[in-house]
Design a protein around this ligand. Structure first.
Ligand SMILES: [Zn+2]
Length: 213
């Protein structure tokens, strides 16, 4: 069983997770690097983190990318649909936070079907647009973990689709896909980690999303 720790520490930040695989990775950066780095150091030498994988480019998930990149030396991975959105205040919704979007270089553009080798485990990349054009979920098939970004949240909640490039029709299709998956634990981009009947929670998200079609 792979160890996963939530390492984001600031209120309103998107959740950042550390995966303690042979080749450690962080999923999402949040907005405030310092609390996250403090939490990170409790578990690992930051320099050992090989990848910083972003579920999408929104500011509350990526504002801390440059500082985290500096602290870890990790490669940055982001959906190929969103590489061109980096640094754009509107597309990253940085304007909603009264901030400007930081610039950073994406080392590996991600796309549907890619498998990320973390040594002892593999993360499958699922392109799940709707909340944003290049939103992804990451699935770990051994322990059946789903890093769901802002596509689905616990208790039937869903990502909003009224932001730049969002689409309710696409979100419904993306969630339909997730309902067919065997998920034991969901690591959402906001709210708490859950292992309580996750497929039923995702089904509830699907019903909720369909009401907006
Ligand atoms: Zn978002």
């Amino acid at each position: 069983m792979v160890e996963v720790h939530k390492v984001s520490g600031a209120a309103y930040d998107g959740n950042a997770y550390l995966i303690m695989a042979e080749r450690p990775a962080i999923i999402d950066a949040g907005m405030s690097a310092q609390p996250t780095i403090k939490n990170l150091i409790r578990h690992i030498d930051p320099q050992k983190v090989e990848r910083l994988i972003l579920t999408h480019c929104h500011h509350d998930h990526t504002a801390a990318v440059p500082e985290l990149q500096q602290a870890t030396g990790a490669q940055i991975l982001l959906s190929k649909e969103e590489v061109g959105m980096v640094g754009d205040d509107l597309a990253t919704v940085a304007y909603m936070f009264g901030m400007s979007a930081p610039d950073y270089h994406v080392d590996v553009p991600l796309e549907e079907g890619m498998a990320l080798d973390l040594g002892d485990i593999t993360l499958q990349v699922l392109h799940t647009p709707g909340h944003s054009p290049g939103s992804i979920c990451l699935y770990e098939p051994e322990d059946k973990l789903l890093f769901s970004g802002d596509t689905v949240f616990p208790d039937g909640n869903i990502g909003r689709t009224d932001l730049f490039g969002g689409s309710t029709a696409q979100l419904v299709k993306s969630i339909e896909r997730l309902t067919g998956m065997d998920v034991k634990t969901m690591y959402p981009g906001h709210m708490e980690v859950t292992s309580r009947g996750v497929p039923a929670q995702i089904l509830e998200s699907l019903r909720f999303a369909r009401r907006f079609l």
